[in-house]
Design a protein. Sequence first.
Length: 79
Amino acid sequence: QAVPDWLNENGSKLKPDMLICNTAKGLYLRDNCLLSEAVFKALGRSDQPYVALSGPSFASEILRMHPTAVVVASKYLYH
């Protein structure tokens, strides 16, 4: 919930081609939107490279060395 505020203050320091990887879950409650939408709004640009990292992965499973998986999703492919 703090990312958009941080980007409002510091977003100008991020290069337009810098990849942002979102590891947070849920919606941005203040504007009732996806966090990606709030990030683009805070940056003032919608072409920022952006990916979302999602589970299922749980810290307790990782600590016990159990197998886990994550998914990285993006509108575009970046490398």
